[in-house]
Design a protein around this ligand. Structure first.
Ligand code: ARG
Length: 461
C-alpha cells in the first residue's frame, strides 16, 4: 500500500511545519463524521458515474473500498495521519492507497468546502432526532410524575414568593410544555438545514456536468442550496442548533434550580432518590443534589458554545474560511452535553417523589387564597379594585394576628364587607382554591387530569 499523501504536494515546495500540522488539523475531532463523509462520497460517486465521469467498474471499486474503510474505522483499525488534516482527506487518501487511479477520481467536481458542509448537515439531521427522542423520554417521565400528583396541591411562586395554589401536576407539566417548544425548534432547525450544498464545489460550482439534484435525493435532502457562495459558508444551522440546545439548557437549568431549592430542609417539598444524590467527604449527614447542580452548571458550557459559534461567524469574509473548521468543536460538545443533560433530567424526574403531606401541611401559609377571596367578592358584585383593597386589609390584619383567612370569623368578614356570607369558607384554603379555577388551562386538578391524557396521547406518537 502506497504512503498516503497530501493532495497539494506539487504546489507547495515544503512539507507543512509540524507546529502548523498540529494547529490546522481537525482529524482529532471530525473523525466522528466519517460515516456521513463516506455516505456523501458514495452518493457523489454514483452521480459521477451517471454523468459518465466514472465508469461502472470505477464506481464499484470506489464503493467497495469506501465500505472497507468504514469498517476499518469502526473497528479501530484505521491509521489516522494528522498530516492529512481532516477526515475528508484521510478517507480520500486511504481510498487512493487502496485502489489507485479510480480513487483519484472521487474528488471530481468536489471541494472539502461543499463536502464538510454536507457532512455536518447529514450528521446534524441524525443528531436532532436523537435529541428529540431524549426530549420525548424526559417528557414522558414528567407526565408520569405529574399523574401521581394531579390531586395534590402546592404553592406556585411569583417573585419567589407564595402566589396561588396549584395542582402539583400543573407545576410539572410546565416543563413538558417548555420541552415541547424545544422539540419544535429542533424540528424547524432540521427542516431548514435539510438542503444539499454538495456540488457547490469550492465556491462557484463546476464546469463539469454534475447533477446536484441527484446527490441531494440520494442523500435524502429535501432540495439543493441555490447559491454556491452561501452554500459553502453557511453555518447558520450550527448556530441555530446550539441555540436550540441553549433553550433546552435554559429550561432545564430552571428545573434544576427549582428542585435544588425544593430538596432543601427549608422547603422539603421533594425527595430525590439516593441513587441520584451524593454525600460529603466531611459532613456525614449530607444528601447533595449534585446531578441537578451539574445540570445547572453545564448550561454555562452550552451558552459558551453559542457565543463561540456566533463569534466565529461574525464578520468573516464571504465564502469558505478556515475559521469555520472550529464550528464542529462547539456543535459536537454541545450535542454531547445536551444528550447527557436530558438523560440525567429524565432519570431524576423518574426517581423523585413529592412530599405531599409536608406540602399540604404548609399550604395555608402565605395567604395563597387571597386572590380567590377577591374573586369571590367580584362574584358578589364588588368591583375588583375594591375587592382587592378589602382583601389586602384583611390579609394585613391576619398577618398581625398570625392567622389564615380561613380562620377569620364570619362576623369579622362582615365588618369588611356585608356581601360576604357563609359560603366564603368554600373558597378558602389551598385545595378549594385550586379546585375552583375554571379558565382554560388553569392549574386545577381537573384540568391537569385532562392535560395528562392529552400529553400521553401526544407522546405515544
Ligand atoms: N476540515 C475543514 C473544515 O472542517 C474542511 C474544509 C477545508 N477546506 C479548505 N478549503 N481548507 O472546515
Amino acid at each position: 500500500m502506497a504512503e498516503p499523501q497530501k493532495t497539494w504536494e506539487h504546489r507547495l515546495a515544503k512539507a507543512t511545519d509540524s507546529l502548523a500540522v498540529d494547529f490546522v488539523e481537525s482529524l482529532s475531532f471530525d473523525t466522528r463524521l466519517y460515516k456521513y463523509d463516506i455516505v456523501g462520497s458514495i452518493a457523489h460517486a454514483e452521480m459521477l458515474c451517471e454523468q459518465k465521469l466514472l465508469t461502472r467498474d470505477e464506481l464499484k471499486q470506489i464503493k467497495d473500498a469506501l465500505v472497507e474503510i468504514s469498517k476499518e474505522i469502526e473497528e479501530g483499525k484505521f491509521k489516522f495521519d494528522k498530516t492529512l488534516e481532516d477526515i475528508h482527506m484521510a478517507i480520500e487518501a486511504a481510498l487512493t492507497a487502496k485502489i489507485g487511479e479510480a480513487g483519484k477520481k472521487l474528488h471530481t467536481g468536489r471541494s472539502r468546502n461543499d463536502q464538510v458542509a454536507t457532512d455536518i448537515r447529514l450528521w446534524m439531521r441524525d443528531e436532532i432526532e436523537i435529541i428529540q427522542t431524549k426530549i420525548a423520554l424526559l417528557q414522558k417521565a414528567l407526565v408520569k410524575l405529574a399523574e401521581k400528583y394531579t390531586d395534590n396541591v402546592m404553592p406556585a411562586y411569583t417573585h419567589f414568593q407564595r402566589a396561588q395554589p396549584i395542582s402539583i401536576a400543573a407545576y410539572i407539566l410546565s416543563f413538558v410544555e417548555q420541552l415541547h417548544r424545544d422539540y419544535l425548534r429542533l424540528k424547524n432547525c432540521r427542516t431548514i438545514l435539510n438542503v444539499s450544498p454538495l456540488g457547490s464545489g469550492a465556491i462557484a460550482g463546476s464546469s463539469l456536468p454534475l447533477d446536484r439534484k441527484k446527490t441531494a435525493s440520494l442523500l435524502g435532502f429535501a432540495d439543493i442550496t441555490y447559491n454556491t457562495i452561501d452554500a459553502v459558508s453557511d453555518r447558520d444551522f450550527c448556530a441555530e442548533f446550539i441555540f436550540c440546545c441553549s433553550m433546552i439548557a435554559t429550561h432545564l437549568s430552571k428545573f434544576a434550580e427549582d428542585w435544588i431549592v425544593f430538596s432543601t430542609t427549608e422547603f422539603d417539598f421533594i425527595r430525590i432518590d439516593d441513587a441520584f444524590c451524593t454525600s460529603s467527604s466531611m459532613m456525614p449527614q449530607k444528601r447533595n443534589p449534585d446531578m441537578l447542580e451539574l445540570i445547572r452548571g453545564k448550561t454555562g458550557s452550552i451558552y459558551g458554545s453559542l457565543m463561540a459559534i456566533l463569534t466565529i461567524l461574525k464578520a468573516q469574509p464571504s465564502g469558505y474560511n478556515r475559521d469555520l473548521q472550529d464550528d464542529k468543536r462547539h456543535v459536537f460538545s454541545t450535542s454531547d452535553t445536551i444528550e447527557a443533560y436530558v438523560d440525567m433530567a429524565a432519570a431524576i424526574a423518574a426517581n423523585t417523589s413529592f412530599k405531599t403531606e409536608k406540602i399540604a401541611a404548609g399550604i395555608d401559609k402565605g395567604f395563597l387564597d387571597a386572590t380567590a377571596l377577591a374573586e369571590y367578592l367580584v362574584k358578589k358584585g364588588i368591583p375588583f379594585r375594591t375587592a382587592h383593597g378589602i382583601v389586602g386589609t384583611l390579609v394585613a390584619k391576619c398577618e398581625k394576628e398570625n392567622k389564615s383567612l380561613a380562620e377569620v370569623s364570619i362576623d369579622e368578614f362582615k365588618k369588611h364587607s356585608e356581601k360576604i356570607g357563609d359560603d366564603v369558607y368554600g373558597c378558602l384554603g389551598g385545595k378549594n382554591v385550586a379546585n375552583s379555577y375554571v379558565t382554560a388551562s388553569a392549574a386545577s386538578p381537573a384540568q391537569m387530569a385532562e392535560q395528562i391524557k392529552y400529553w400521553k396521547k401526544q407522546l405515544e406518537k
